[in-house]
Design a protein around this ligand. Structure first.
Ligand code: GRG
Length: 295
């Protein structure tokens, strides 16, 4: 296992333990929504977003107990989006992370509520004193996450995406859609490490530029995996974009063109970190990981 792989695995384990504590099992009807939240959030995924947040916070010597809490908040938002995206009213997907999606394991109403509860708990975590003693920092984290997840971020991107299924988009249109749908949470993740580390504006701006390139590269690789990846490794169906004749980077640029663009973006993302020197090794490793990933 490479140094980077063991590092991302180590943070994934910290996040898993913390998520498990944030979601203690309950008895009775409440227990059902908690069980569905646990199904959607525990034991799965690469935990890339918390990794970015924690690695970025590490550069500013943030105590891990704080950055792991913020990492759980962003992962809860991500998991809520996956639970809702899998619903029959959206992507209608039966499989997620190699397991039945939440509405398949439970039912649609429970899946909607589990997603809603993860979304709200993320803000509860960010607003809690244990995440940061400075109320201004907590407030900025909540503000940035609300902007990234809401109508001018992920939700807006999802809305455009649903519409784009019926309409041909050009490259600029796809980039804008993906900047919102996938990019906004990835951008928040890296930037939030700087916020929780009370970094200066220039450092936070550099993290934002890094994560904007990274988010786009991530999505291009996601399109390549949907076109050419292995469903078993991915733990979800493949070929859905082509089945729906969706405009994707692969459709617009061809496989080679899409891969070249992702490679250029990863190089650019890493160059954005120069000001941090050796402190940025983990974030640079994350950029290489995004390019090389097979799931
Ligand atoms: C329902 C409001 C709402 C939004 C949904 C992000 C999203 C918007 C839908 C997910 C659909 C999708 C597959 C998008 C492509 C990029 C993406 C987010 C992939 C999944 O993220 P990974 O690869 O997943 O980080 P893991 O399982 O590793 O956490």
């Amino acid at each position: 296992m490479s140094g980077f792989e063991s590092r991302i695995r180590e943070t994934a384990e910290l996040v898993e333990i913390a998520l498990d504590r944030f979601l203690p099992q309950r008895e009775g009807p409440l227990g059902r929504v908690v069980a569905a939240m646990r199904h959607g959030a525990l034991d799965g995924g690469k935990r890339l977003r918390p990794f970015l947040l924690i690695a970025s916070a590490d550069m500013f010597d943030v105590p891990r107990d704080r950055s792991v809490r913020a990492g759980c908040a962003i992962e809860m938002i991500h998991c809520y989006s996956l639970i809702h995206d899998d619903l029959p009213a959206m992507d209608d997907s039966d499989l997620r992370r190699g397991r039945p999606s939440v509405h398949k394991a439970y039912d649609d109403a429970t899946a909607i509520l589990a997603g809603d509860a993860l979304l709200t708990q993320a803000f509860e975590i960010l607003a809690s004193k244990e995440t940061h003693p400075n109320a201004e920092v907590r407030c900025r984290l909540a503000l940035e996450l609300a902007r990234a997840a809401g109508k001018n971020g992920m939700v807006g991107g999802q809305m455009i995406d649903i519409y784009a299924e019926q309409k041909a988009f050009d490259l600029a249109g796809i980039e804008e859609l993906q900047r919102l749908k996938t990019g906004a949470l990835i951008r928040f993740s890296a930037l939030a490490g700087g916020v929780i580390g009370e970094a200066g504006d220039e450092d936070i701006a550099a993290l934002a530029r890094y994560s904007e390139d990274l988010g786009l590269a991530f999505q291009i690789v996601d399109d390549l995996l949907d076109a050419f990846g292995d469903a078993e490794a991915l733990g979800k169906p493949v070929g859905q974009d082509a089945d729906m004749d969706k405009a994707t980077f692969v459709k617009l640029l061809g496989a080679g063109g899409a891969r070249d663009k992702a490679r250029r973006l990863v190089a650019s993302a890493k160059a954005r970190l120069e000001r941090f020197g050796a402190r940025a090794e983990a974030l640079k490793g994350a950029a290489d990981f995004v390019f090389a990933r097979e799931k």
